[in-house]
Design a protein around this ligand. Structure first.
Ligand SMILES: Nc1nc2c(ncn2[C@@H]2O[C@H](COP(=O)(O)OP(=O)(O)OP(=O)(O)O)[C@@H](O)[C@H]2O)c(=O)[nH]1
Ligand SMILES: [Mg+2]
Length: 381
C-alpha cells in the first residue's frame, strides 16, 4: 500500500483513482475536498493557500500519522503542479507548514511546470511565481517536469503520455531509496546534497533515455555509453531550455539501469567528458556527473536493454525563471485578472506577496548568473 498522501480540494481526480484501484490505497491517506468547498481552488493560488491554512491541521495530522509509521524518516517529497490553484497555493502552504513542523527533514518536490506559450490557466503567471518562490525557500531540491518540453518529445500534448514519462523518471530516481540494499547512500537526501552544494540553487533538469512514450520500435540505445550520450543531449531534456553559451553545470547524477556493469559506466563517463554535448562545469566546485548503477528489478520486464535517467543542476535554469518573471511583470503591469485574487485576499496582501516572490526569484537568478563566473564564492560572502 503506498505511503503517499493524496490531497486535493475537489473530489474528481482522487475518486477516479480509487475507482480504478479500490483496494490499493489507504482511505486514511486520501483527502478529496473540504465539505462546503468542493469546487477546488478555481485556479487561484490565494484560494488554495487560504483553504489550506484554514484546514492545515487536517493535513498535518495525516502527515504526522504516516511519519509516525516510519522507522527512519529520510526525507519528504511532494508532487504537484505550479500553474493552477491547488498544487501551487495549497502546495505552498504545505511546504511552509512542513518546514515549521519538520525543520530537520529534507524536503523535495517533483514539480510540473506549465506550457509558457499555450497556457491553460489565465492566472498561471501569478500562481507560478508564488509557487516558485516557495520552492526556493522551503525545499532542499526540486525536479522540474516541464509540460512544454515533455509534450514536444512525446509529439503530443496528451497529459497521460506526459505522466508516463514523468512516472518513469520518478521511478528511476527513487529506485535506490525504495530498494535500499541496492545503493547505499543513494536516498533522496544524500543525492540532493551532492546535486545542490549551495542551498538555493536546487532546481534540477531531468532527462530520460529512451523516452518510454515513443512508439515501441525497439530501442537502438543499448549500452551505458549510448544512454549517457542520449541523456546529455540538450534536446532530450524534460525542460525546454535555450542553449546559452554561458550556462554551466553545477552537478549531475546519472542513474543507469540494465545489463551494463558499473565498470562500463565509469569508462563511458570518462570518454563522454570529451564529447561536445558534455556540459561545461562551474569552476568553484568539482561539477561532475556522478554515476549510479541501478540493478533492474527481477519482477519487471525491462522496456529496453539499458535505460537511464539524468538530473542536472545547471545555471541555465535561470533563463526559465526569467521567462516566468517576464510573464508576471507583463501581467501585473496592467493588474490583469487581479480581481480573481482579490476575491480571496486584499489587493495589498496580493501585491506584497508578488513583490516578495519577485525579489526571491530575481536574487536567485542573480546567484545562478554569478555561479557561471569564477568569483562566485566571493559573491556569496
Ligand atoms: N503533466 C501533467 N500536467 C498536468 C496534469 N494535470 C494538470 N496538469 C497541468 O497542471 C497545471 C494546472 O493543473 P490543475 O490540475 O488544473 O490545477 P490544480 O493544482 O488542481 O488547481 P485547481 O484546479 O485550481 O484547484 C496545468 O498547467 C496543467 O496542464 C497531469 O495529469 N499531468
Ligand atoms: Mg484541480
Amino acid at each position: 500500500m503506498p505511503r503517499a498522501l493524496f490531497i486535493d480540494l475537489e473530489p474528481n481526480v482522487i475518486q477516479q483513482l480509487t475507482r480504478d484501484r479500490p483496494l490499493l490505497y489507504n482511505p486514511d491517506n486520501l483527502f478529496d475536498g473540504i465539505v462546503g468547498e468542493m469546487g477546488g481552488a478555481g485556479n487561484v493560488w490565494a484560494s488554495g493557500y487560504n483553504l489550506g491554512n484554514e484546514h492545515s491541521q487536517i493535513f498535518m495530522d495525516m502527515l504526522s500519522r504516516e511519519v509516525g509509521f516510519a522507522d527512519n524518516l529520510s526525507s519528504l517529497s511532494m508532487t504537484h503542479s505550479i500553474a493552477g490553484g491547488t498544487g501551487s497555493g495549497l502546495g505552498s502552504l504545505l511546504l511552509e507548514k512542513i518546514h515549521d513542523e519538520f525543520p530537520k527533514t529534507p524536503v523535495h518536490a517533483f514539480s510540473v511546470f506549465p506550457h509558457r506559450t499555450a497556457s491553460d490557466t489565465i492566472l498561471q503567471p501569478y500562481n507560478s511565481l508564488l509557487a516558485l518562490s516557495h520552492l526556493t525557500q522551503y525545499t532542499d531540491g526540486v525536479t522540474v517536469f516541464d509540460n512544454e518540453a515533455i509534450s514536444e518529445l512525446n509529439t503530443s500534448s496528451d497529459r497521460r503520455s506526459n505522466n508516463v514519462a514523468i512516472g518513469h523518471h520518478m521511478t528511476l530516481l527513487t529506485t535506490p531509496q525504495r530498494f535500499p540494499s541496492w545503493g547505499p547512500g543513494a536516498d533522496m537526501a544524500s543525492m540532493f546534497s551532492l546535486l545542490a552544494p549551495m542551498p538555493r540553487m536546487h532546481f534540477m533538469v531531468p532527462s530520460l533515455a529512451p523516452m518510454p512514450t515513443l512508439k515501441p520500435k525497439g530501442s537502438r540505445i543499448t549500452s551505458a555509453g549510448m544512454v549517457l550520450r542520449h541523456l546529455l543531449a540538450p534536446e532530450n531534456a524534460l525542460v525546454a531550455l535555450q542553449q546559452e553559451p554561458t550556462s554551466r553545470m553545477i552537478s549531475a547524477i546519472a542513474l543507469i539501469q540494465g545489463s551494463s556493469k558499473p565498470a562500463e559506466l565509469a569508462q563511458a563517463l570518462t570518454s563522454i567528458k570529451l564529447d561536445k554535448h558534455c556540459p561545461i562545469p562551474v569552476t568553484w566546485c568539482p561539477g561532475t556527473i556522478i554515476p549510479y548503477h541501478v540493478p533492474a528489478s527481477p519482477f519487471v520486464t525491462p522496456r529496453a536493454k539499458t535505460v537511464g535517467a539524468l538530473v542536472t543542476n545547471t545555471t541555465g535554469i535561470r533563463h526559465l525563471f526569467g521567462s516566468f518573471l517576464n510573464e508576471h511583470n507583463k501581467m501585473i503591469a496592467t493588474r490583469a485578472h487581479l480581481h480573481h485574487f482579490t476575491k480571496h485576499t486584499s489587493e495589498e496582501d496580493a501585491l506584497a506577496r508578488f513583490t516578495e516572490a519577485k525579489e526571491t526569484m530575481t536574487s536567485l537568478c542573480k546567484e545562478y548568473e554569478a555561479a557561471e563566473g569564477d568569483n562566485y564564492l566571493s559573491y556569496m560572502q
